[in-house]
Write a protein of this length. Structure first.
Length: 317
């Protein structure tokens, strides 16, 4: 059975130098920068993963200031293109966008999809204190909808004022981990998604599609409560919030290999919206594949989650 993983990360020196990765094991740091891709491919082969959709890890606005955003994004995308060109049957790519300059970001999305064959874009966290519901970012989202490619909405470290209040008072790396993968960024990303809905983004752009990782960033657990406390009488939307989630969002397993949350996510979104992912190299390919293999799924559902839905959404085949 073919297996595709779509939240699989890479970095370039100009961006990795802007992040504190010292808390990561050295082998994880090394796998972020494997070129040529021999070690990455060997890890994939050992776990039975046929294709990765690559993305540059955490290119937050702090790493993409407006004056340098465009050349940095072009450089990152050139490196991804080189990896895909060298192994077109093993890699595809999400574009890195100069999100601090929305018109340039829209143009780069158009270029990478139209000329390089990229399958969408990954956007990380808030941008200058703004969420994607801000009209400032309409050119990016309109282009994604017009090109029929998704935006992968990925977490990022919180803005400093948020981190100082919510994720402070402990020794690092505890502060950093609480603010990011251990807790904080999942909730910021789920809030980001809800804001896009209540901000009317999907009413203005009914063709826009968004991917959330980490089994939905907590949305499956909270969605009934969100509908209760954000009714249409309050939002003025033509559909309940849950209706937008089930129509416009796809969910990956990246980094979340837990049976209970997976069952809840299936119940909330349905099998046609779930996509296998690893979160490589921050999560282990073998652990993800072994967990997926142990799940009790019909052959049809397993095929959908393993590759069928990703193939269709990203036009991989």
């Amino acid at each position: 059975m073919r297996v595709v993983a779509i939240e699989e990360h890479h970095t370039i020196p100009e961006m990795s130098g802007s992040m504190d990765l010292s808390w990561l094991p050295s082998e994880v740091r090394g796998r972020l920068r494997v070129i040529p891709a021999a070690e990455r491919l060997a890890d994939m082969d050992a776990a039975g993963i046929d294709m990765q959709v690559l993305s540059v890890v955490l290119p937050t606005p702090r790493m993409l200031p407006a004056e340098t955003a465009v050349p940095l994004a072009v450089k990152a995308n050139k490196e991804l293109q080189d990896m895909v060109t060298a192994h077109p049957d093993r890699f595809a790519a999400f574009a890195t966008l100069p999100v601090t300059v929305p018109d340039a970001a829209a143009a780069e999305l158009e270029r990478t999809v139209g000329e390089l064959g990229f399958v969408g874009a990954m956007i990380h966290g808030t941008i200058g204190g703004r969420f994607l519901d801000d009209p400032f970012f309409h050119p990016i989202l309109e282009t994604a909808a017009r090109l029929n490619v998704p935006i992968y909405l990925h977490p990022a470290p919180p803005p400093k004022p948020v981190a100082d209040v919510y994720y402070n008072g402990f020794k690092d790396p505890v502060n950093q981990l609480l603010a990011t993968g251990a807790y904080g960024w999942h909730y910021e990303t789920s809030l980001h998604a809800v804001r896009m809905i209540v901000g009317g983004v999907f009413d203005r752009l009914p063709g826009l599609r968004v991917i959330l990782g980490h089994l939905g960033e907590g949305i499956p657990f909270h969605l009934p409560r969100i509908d209760d406390k954000l009714p249409q009488s309050a939002t003025g939307l033509p559909k309940p919030v849950s209706g937008y989630f089930r129509e416009h969002f796809w969910i990956t397993t990246a980094g979340y290999f837990y049976d209970g949350p997976f069952r809840l996510t299936r119940e909330t979104f349905g099998d046609d919206r779930l996509i296998f992912s690893v979160d490589y190299p921050f999560a282990d390919n073998r652990r993800a594949a072994d967990w997926f293999d142990r799940l009790t799924l019909t052959p049809e559902v397993r095929e959908k989650i393993a590759h069928g839905t990703a193939d269709k959404l990203l036009r991989l085949r």
